[in-house]
Write a protein that binds this ligand. Structure first.
Ligand code: SF4
Length: 207
């Protein structure tokens, strides 16, 4: 596994205990969980838009696409001229776009997954299920997937992963050549992810 300790969404675990309850309790709970997740995701997308506006850019293979999306939203917001009748429609347009983007967001421990196109999902390719309608977060390889982004909030997980990998490397005996090579690759990848997060965090000019 190339990404540190990714885990699946909490939805399945949370709802497990309700599966056998009568009276549609499970459906009700699921609807509530979905609503909660949609609101949380929308909040996260707004937070990342604010980061973008302050010059804190996303990193990772999907960073460019996300940055372009934020530039589009930012342009629409900047074009708003308070007091004109067009503003309400423009606000609705922005909210619509942000909500759509939030609906694609899945949370990995070490990355955001913007699941906009199953055919581009590396996890699905690896699993041989390219048409699935959900990402396999547990198989996420965010350093290589075009739908993944890394943000400063993911830094501690990558830093810990790099540190642990370095420790394992130090403990390997001289005969463990294959394992050493694997861990060196993993360590190098973690360090590069950290470097990109740090570079991106100071890449933009605050607006
Ligand atoms: S490999 Fe890509 S699509 Fe799959 S979970 Fe990770 S970021 Fe999402």
């Amino acid at each position: 596994m190339s990404s540190p300790r990714n885990s699946t969404s909490s939805t399945s675990a949370t709802t497990e205990g309700y599966a056998s309850r009568p009276g549609g309790a499970q459906a009700e709970l699921l609807a509530e969980v979905n609503k909660h997740e949609s609101e949380r995701n929308l909040g996260l997308v707004w937070a990342e838009l604010r980061n973008y506006q302050q010059g804190i850019m996303p990193a990772g293979p999907g960073a460019r696409e996300l940055t372009e999306f934020f530039a589009r939203i930012d342009g629409k917001l900047a074009a708003d001229d308070p007091g004109t009748p067009k503003v309400q429609a423009a606000d609705r347009d922005v909210l619509n776009l942000m909500t759509k983007r939030a609906a694609t967001l899945h949370l990995g421990t070490s990355n955001y997954c913007w699941f906009t196109d199953p055919s581009r999902a590396l996890c699905l390719k690896l699993a041989g299920t390219p048409a699935a309608d959900k990402p396999l977060i547990g198989m996420c390889d965010s350093a290589r997937c075009p739908q993944a982004t890394h943000h400063p909030r993911h830094r501690p997980v990558w830093a810990e992963h790099a540190e642990n990998t370095k420790t394992f490397l130090g403990q390997l005996g001289p005969t463990r050549k294959t394992e050493r090579k694997r861990l060196e690759t993993e360590y190098g990848r973690a360090v590069r992810v950290l470097e990109r997060i740090d570079e991106a965090a100071v890449a933009g000019e605050p607006r």
